[in-house]
Each structure stands twice: as structure tokens, then as C-alpha cells.
Design a protein around this ligand. Sequence first.
Ligand SMILES: *Cc1c(COP(=O)(O)O)cnc(C)c1O
Length: 368
Amino acid sequence: MDIHDGHALTRVINAAGSFTPLGVSRSSPAVAAAAAEALQAFFVMDELQDAASAASVRLTGAQAGAVVHCAAAGITLSIAAAMAGGSAQAVAALPDATGLPARVVLPAGHAVDYGHPIVQDIRLAGATPVLAGTDAGCAIAEIEAALADEAAACLLLVSSRLVRGAPVDLGEAVAAAHRRGVPAIIDGAAQDMRIGALLATGADLVVISAQKYLASPTAGLVIGRADLVRAVRAHEKGIGRAMKASKEAICGVLAAIGEREALDMAEWRGVQDEKVAGFVAKANGLAGIDARAVPDPAGMPFARVHLRIDPAAAGRDALAVADGLKTGSPSIRVMEHGLDAGEVILELVGLREDEVAAILTGLEGLAG
Ligand SMILES: *Cc1c(COP(=O)(O)O)cnc(C)c1O
């Protein structure tokens, strides 16, 4: 009996992307084996962190890296590091930030909610979020002005569906922070395949969700300046105690980084493109469905499938199609942000061939 049967759990096909409420991603057998092996062994945890740092350096060319519980933890601990360094006194005192620089500036449109408000990650470190500009946009000069007054850090996000307003040029924002002598931290949670570009902005730290496209056990990777990464690790003896990486997570991350290093990116892209193109061709054969491939909006190297539903021809609208897929067995979950506009959006990256076929069968039963 497997876990789903043993606990009467819903079988899910997650076509909604690296979506946390649906179990995020699917690890490879080698990553799963590494995590399982780690669970049955003891380690000097500092050595595991050193190995993860070395692997991060190999993968990205950055100075250092550390593993924490997740990207949210990575944001909080990066801010703690920027505020307090690794001073034992401050590590013990946080989130009481008395006497420390505690303003963290972010463009107003970057104050997103990815399942909870990101400003909470700032407050957890004892810092105060300061929003620059408005939801419509934020000029570099507005960031620079907000950073003038005892700022601890500048927090930036990669443009995505979550981010509001005109795009902020990350390289220019990082340069503005550096003119004020303030470290810049980029939340690149779902952007691990673009980490080189994010580090190339000059950011002092980049935070990645390792369980998203790297498909490791749940873990956050904080990669960048060696002194700040050291300080992130120092906070494990402070607020980071509740945000620590487990041995199985670090060993899974090591295995996942090893796989990423060995990955033939061109071949991987080819496989993804073929999967999407095959799906689009078959979906276009269904009544009332106009399917097309659309590049990932945040610049990751794969496409999503957009299905425009013509309610007259399909017999139901996009909301009803998504609902029909969800209530089927297995339950097929799609991205929900396009439904009101008449589009069912799917991401196929983590899915097996049989799951992709099951989605097409589900659509066939609903359309026409
Ligand atoms: C997923 C996500 C996070 C949180 O990642 P966790 O690893 O689940 O904490 C933070 N920021 C953004 C933009 C995300 O997409």
C-alpha cells in the first residue's frame, strides 16, 4: 500500500507549477535516495553545510552558499545577516533590533503575497519594511532615497505574476543600494535556472527555493557574498534555530545540485519544448479549445500551455473546465490566475508522460 492509499489521500496531478500547497515538485530517484540515506546516518552538520557551500560555488561561481529551511527562511536570515552580521550578541538578541539598522527597503510592487506576505519575512528578523514608490512603479531614485536613512538592506524580487507595477531594473536597483553602502538581496525563489543572471546584477545575496525547479527536499539556498553567508549560518544559533536545514534536506540539495551540474540544458529544453508542443497539438484537436505555448513569464527556460476556452463550442467556460479537472480522479490542478479571463494555464515541467496523457483525457471528457 502506498502513502496515498494508506492515508486515504487525494491523488493529484500538479499542472499548477512549483506550487507549495500541492507538494511543489517531484524529486528524482537519486535525490530521494540521498535524502533517505541521510535519514539513516549521523553527520557533523557544519561539514554538510561546508559541502553545500562548495557545491553552490561550483554551480554558480558565487563566493559561498548556505542551506536553510526554505526560501522564506532564507529571506529572513539574509536580512538578519545584513542587519547584525554574525555578532554573537546580536544573534542572541534578534528579533530585538535595538541599536541595529533595521529598515529594509523594497519597491512597493515587490511586497508580494506568495502564500503569506513577504513583508512578514522582514518583520520576523526584527526589521521594518519600508515601501519605495507605489504599486504602479518605483523609480531607482525612490529606492535610493528610501535607503538613505539607516537602511539595513534592499530586498528585490524577480518580475513575475506576483510582482505589481512597471518592472524595476534589478542591476540598477542593486547599484543604487551599493551607492548607499547597503547590501541588496534578491528573492529568486523559483528562479534557480537563472541564478547566474541574478548574481550578475551584483546582488550580495540571492535566495532560491531548492524544492522548486531544483526538486530537492524542502530547502532554501542563500548564495552570494562569503561574509554575509557566514553571518546567515551564524544566525542558526539565534532566530534561525526555527529555520534550520535538516540533514536529509542538505544531502538532497547536494544530490540535486550534482544532477543540475550534469544536466545537458539544451537537451532538457528540447524535452520540455517537445512535451509542450505535443500537448498543444492534441489540445487543439478538442472542441472549443484554442491551445498555445507561452514562454514562462519570469524568464525560466520553458513554456507553459495556455488553453483559451470558447464556452459556446466547449459547452463550459474556463472555470468549469478547471473545476471538472479538479474533481476528477486523479485530481488535476491547473494555474488559476487565467480562469476569469477565459484561460486554463498549465505547467508540465514536473509531469510524467502518463500524467500529461491523463490531462488530455480529462480535457477530452469536458470539452465539446
Ligand atoms: C515560493 C516563493 C517563496 C517561498 O519559498 P519557500 O521555499 O516555500 O519558503 C518566496 N518568494 C517567492 C517569489 C516564491 O515564489
